[in-house]
Design a protein around this ligand. Structure first.
Ligand SMILES: Cc1ncc(COP(=O)(O)O)c(C=O)c1O
Length: 397
């Protein structure tokens, strides 16, 4: 028997995988993935952009590149992020192989096996896996519709052995769909200021807002540059261009950046040059702005269609968030309900979603469900939601 490491032994393949493999039938209506709509990818634009590049740039697309990223992309992305008020000049920007790699790097930079880290409950599954693979003990703090529970955060921050960092996804949360209020972000900052708890601010969906009214709430904490907190701000091209590029970014204070660069060097030497050349051309051509407007509109329509179907079909005892942006709607069942038999029944009738325990670092709380609307036609949404609503009624009464 190979002698595996403790950290890999702590990673479990979830029992739900078997059930999900049944959901791979081609006729299945899937509200499970967080995958952008295939129909939205900018295939023609990218073909044109690549054709228009000079030979040297095309060659560099096939070549190894510097570990922190291609200088040209660091420059164009830096300007794009500066446009959002981010302090690109004071901090250091690094291209990562998806923002998933950023999470994995930060886990390695901060965590020794057994160290405590703070996340939200519910929490993005990729973050749970990344931190756990470094041996982290995850302490999750619940979120409500305005953000993290501040009393619990204060208690954690006051401990003599504070956690190694706090990880949050304040903008169209995965899976809870919600958007932090500006007040809650301020309270969060005050709770950890001067406590030696770095903040990891994950902003994978912030560009996908549906209403101008919410723009104020989308200003990153990193952009407000609060004193006494090291903030590692992460973003991704995945939801605004395509996850197949595997490109994300990390903006971190210089001392943290230096450690991250060392870890990245040992992980993959550099992120895909081909993708970086494409992303750079996309930003420099100015196409990114129009494209983001287009996908934002498409997701807004899909979200409205799903919200309409939920209003029409769900029993009243199911609580859910009216989507303000991003990809997800989070359903909360009556207390004590179990989403797994609902999933089983839903799959039998041709639709699939993700059960709540997937996003619980303890893997226990399961009275919630995540639905994504990002990759579905209105017709699929209108056919699929009644299947889910019927299954909820059959199981919960
Ligand atoms: C909140 C959040 N962060 C990070 C990621 C990772 O994205 P990627 O590695 O494709 O950039 C995702 C993907 O679903 C996500 O939902």
């Amino acid at each position: 028997m190979p002698r595996f490491s403790k950290s890999v032994s702590a990673l479990r393949s979830s029992a739900i995988r078997e059930l999900m493999s049944l959901a791979a039938r081609p006729d299945m209506i899937s509200f499970a993935g967080g995958m952008p709509g295939n129909d939205l990818f900018p295939i023609n634009e990218v073909e044109e952009l690549f054709k228009g590049l000079d030979t040297r740039t095309k060659q560099s697309a096939f070549q190894y590149g510097p570990t922190p990223g291609l200088p040209s992309l660091l420059e164009s992305l830096g300007s794009y992020l500066e446009g959002k008020g981010l302090p690109v000049g004071n901090d250091r920007l690094m291209i990562t192989t998806g923002s998933q790699q950023g999470l994995s790097i930060l886990g390695k930079v901060f965590v020794d096996p057994g160290d405590r880290v703070l996340t939200e409950y519910p929490c993005f599954i990729g973050a749970i896996a990344a931190f756990r693979s470094s041996g982290a003990k995850i302490v999750s703090i619940p979120v409500d519709e305005e953000g993290l529970d501040i009393d619990m955060l204060r208690q954690e921050a006051a401990r003599p052995d504070p956690a190694k960092f706090l990880y949050i996804t304040p903008y169209f949360h995965n899976p809870a769909g919600m958007l932090y209020t500006s007040e809650r972000k301020l309270e969060l900052v005050e709770a950890i200021q001067g406590r030696d708890i770095p903040l990891i601010e994950d902003d994978a969906y912030g560009d996908l807002w549906f209403s101008e009214e919410d723009r104020d709430r989308l200003v990153p904490i990193k952009a407000t540059d609060p004193e006494g907190i090291d903030i590692c701000y992460m973003g991704s091209f995945s939801k605004i261009l395509g996850p197949g590029l595997r490109l994300g970014w990390l903006l971190a204070p210089p001392a943290i950046y230096e450690k991250c660069e060392l870890i990245k060097q040992s992980a993959d030497a550099c992120s895909p040059s081909f993708s970086q050349v494409i992303a750079d051309a996309f930003i420099r051509s100015g196409k990114i702005d129009g494209y983001v407007v287009k996908v934002r509109e498409a997701y807004r329509r899909r979200a409205a269609c799903m919200a309409e179907a939920l209003r029409k079909h769900l029993p009243e005892y199911v609580r859910w968030n009216e989507p303000k942006g991003g990809f997800y709607i989070w359903l909360t069942l009556p207390e004590g309900a179990d989403a797994t038999p609902i999933l089983k029944l839903t799959i039998e009738h041709g639709a699939v979603f993700v059960i709540g325990s997937t996003f619980d670092p303890d893997g226990s709380r399961n009275d919630t469900m995540r639905l994504s609307y990002c990759n579905n036609t209105p017709e699929e949404i209108e056919r699929g939601i009644p299947i889910i609503a019927d299954a909820i009624r059959k199981i919960c009464g």
